[in-house]
Ligand binder design. Structure first.
Ligand code: 13P
Length: 254
């Protein structure tokens, strides 16, 4: 059985002070909601303060990115060794990283291996862009991203995958529940082929892209969708709380 996960990707939003205020309010509203794992991923500069604010709570903390090397002359980068004291999860290969920072499969597989080595739980993002979607290449693109980003990753362990169609991110044009389910079932098939039936049935696969309190129920009622990676709505306490509540009502998956 899979416990659903609702993860807030705050992206490049919130100052230190705003981040602390946001988790203070989330602690009031979502801390005690059961049957769903709750995660916030603030910018690097707020991780320590958010960790301290959430100490002893049921809300987990994640980073939005990391570099694959452990330390050294990599100006501006942050490693798994540094993050492991601050958070439990790390988002890897978000489409914005692929698009604006040229991240690709070989780089991402190194990051995932480094995350796993240091007991960080990776959330690997995959998803096609609008052009690829319109050309009917979704499964091909997702399959290539899955294979290259997980090359050399022999155990699925704590890996989570987030299917985020690029055309649905920040656009208000969310995928339908059925569309998301079809691609996520396809991804679970890829996981079965690589990691075996048991590991794949335990792996959480999330949907992301314009998730709101209005459409969350549609996603979480699909057989293979184990929660959501939420962008814009994760910055609003009322919306994120509603998304967590709706998810909790559906209970365990699988
Ligand atoms: P939005 O929810 O703002 O569309 O962002 C989705 C996303 O990219 C989460 O990682």
């Amino acid at each position: 059985m899979r416990t659903p996960l609702i993860a807030g990707n705050w992206k490049m939003n919130t100052t230190l002070n705003e981040a602390v205020q946001l988790v203070k309010s989330l602690k009031q509203t979502i801390n005690s909601i059961s049957a769903v794992e709750k995660l916030v991923c603030p910018p690097f500069i707020s991780l320590a303060a958010v960790r301290d604010e959430l100490a002893g709570s049921e809300i987990k903390v994640g980073a939005q990115n990391m570099y694959s090397e452990e330390k050294g002359a990599y100006t501006g980068e942050v490693s798994a060794v540094m993050l492991k004291d601050l958070c439990q999860f790390v988002i890897i290969g978000h489409s914005e990283r692929r698009q604006y920072f040229n991240e690709n499969g070989p780089m991402l597989s190194k990051k995932i291996l480094a995350a796993i080595k240091h007991n960080l739980k990776p959330i690997l993002c995959v998803g096609e862009n609008l052009q690829q979607y319109e050309a009917g290449q979704t499964n091909f693109v997702v399959s290539e991203q899955f294979k290259t980003s997980l090359a050399g990753v022999e155990q699925s362990g704590t890996l989570t995958i987030a299917y985020e169609p690029v055309w649905a991110i920040g656009t208000g044009k969310a995928a339908s529940g059925q569309q998301a389910q079809e691609t996520i079932a396809f991804i679970r098939g890829l996981a079965i082929a690589k990691y075996g039936e048991k590991a794949a049935s335990e792996m959480r696969i999330l949907y992301g892209g314009s998730v709101t309190p209005v459409n969350m129920a549609e996603y979480i009622s699909q057989a293979d969708i184990d929660g959501a990676l939420v962008g814009g709505a994760s910055l609003k306490t009322a919306d994120f709380t509603q998304i967590v509540k709706i998810t909790s009502q559906k209970g365990l998956k699988g």
